[in-house]
Design a protein around this ligand. Structure first.
Ligand SMILES: *[C@@H]1O[C@H](CO)[C@@H](O)[C@H](O)[C@H]1NC(C)=O
Ligand SMILES: *[C@@H]1O[C@H](CO)[C@@H](O)[C@H](O)[C@H]1NC(C)=O
Ligand SMILES: *[C@@H]1O[C@H](CO)[C@@H](O)[C@H](O)[C@H]1NC(C)=O
Length: 276
């Protein structure tokens, strides 16, 4: 039976157009399709923060456990690639999926300063829809709320069981997850703790690291964004931190007691595995 546009009932044309439009929009550019619905900079973003000029943390693909232990575990940070595949977890962390599964869950936010004091509880949906805006460059860290850590693992177990942590353990330590979502320009200023890993699921996270014996110059209540703007440009080359921006799917390892500050360059979803 002959078929063609000329023979089609006029009423079918809009339907056909709709089908084409749906096909076209599902074939968007990969970058756009892969943001998980987390807007890159978010509404009302001030000027975007750039990545570092030169990444000074080593990147290693398929690193063996023996090499990890020998060269990094107790001595320096490293960015790991290709060790785990968290594509399934990534799908579950899209904005739409997380809101559908956990919109009503209460999440605990902390202030984004070095010695984070204040905690605020609110429904996840409210955090995502009303508080996930870019960092105000004039705000103080102790006046900025950040969703990271303090996770309710009972309530979120159905999500976290899909996460594959980096397969490297350290003798005498137990891994513990910390999950977070934060706006562009947000971050945690310099602090230190035990060793661990941090993986970016969506967005990019810029890191600044100093060894334990090299206490950085910083104000504990100022944001990382303010530190980058006010302190970083004047640092002598010998006083500069190790730094690098990690991309989705990459994992940064930080050794015990290394100072570090973080800066989310985009709206970011991330998860840490602390070894302590
Ligand atoms: C930082 O802010 C907290 C309260 O938000 C305050 O108690 C503390 O004294 C401040 N620290 C400094 C060094 O100003
Ligand atoms: C934040 O810290 C600054 C300086 O450390 C202090 O002056 C201010 O009162 C603190 N703000 C809040 C909300 O605690
Ligand atoms: C975690 O969530 C469960 C289930 O909703 C709840 O019963 C429990 O009180 C929560 N735990 C904390 C520490 O908030």
């Amino acid at each position: 039976m002959p078929r063609g546009g000329g023979l089609m009932a006029p009423g079918l044309r809009p339907l056909l157009l709709l089908a084409f439009w749906m096909l076209a929009s599902s074939a968007r550019s990969p970058a756009e399709a892969n943001d998980g619905g987390w807007p890159r900079y978010g509404p009302g973003a001030p000027v975007a923060v750039a990545e570092e000029e030169r990444c000074t943390v080593e990147r290693r693909v398929d690193l063996s456990y023996a090499e990890f232990m020998q060269h990094y575990a107790f001595s320096r940070p490293v960015i790991l690639q290709g060790l785990t595949d968290n594509s399934r977890f990534r799908v579950l962390c899209s904005r739409e999926r997380l809101l559908a599964s956990f919109g009503d869950s209460v999440v605990r936010l902390s202030t984004a300063n070095t010695y984070s004091y204040r905690k605020v509880d609110l429904p996840f949906q409210e955090y995502v829809e009303q508080m996930l805006h870019p960092q105000d460059p004039l705000s103080m860290g102790n006046d900025t709320l950040y969703f990271f850590g303090d996770n309710n693992f009972t309530e979120w177990a159905s999500l976290f069981r899909h996460y594959s942590p980096p397969p490297f353990g350290l003798l005498g330590t137990t891994p513990a997850y910390s999950f977070g979502i934060a706006g562009a320009g947000s971050g945690v200023p310099f602090h230190w703790h035990g060793p661990g890993f941090s993986e970016v699921i969506y967005g990019r996270k810029r890191w600044f690291l100093y060894p334990p014996e090299k206490t950085p110059e910083f104000h504990p209540n100022k944001t990382t964004l303010a530190w980058l703007r006010d302190t970083y440009p004047a640092l002598a080359p010998s006083a500069r931190p190790l730094e690098c921006t990690i991309q989705a799917g990459e994992v940064l390892y930080f050794p015990d007691r290394w100072w570090h500050a973080t800066l989310n360059l985009d709206t970011s979803v991330f998860i840490s595995t602390f070894l302590s």
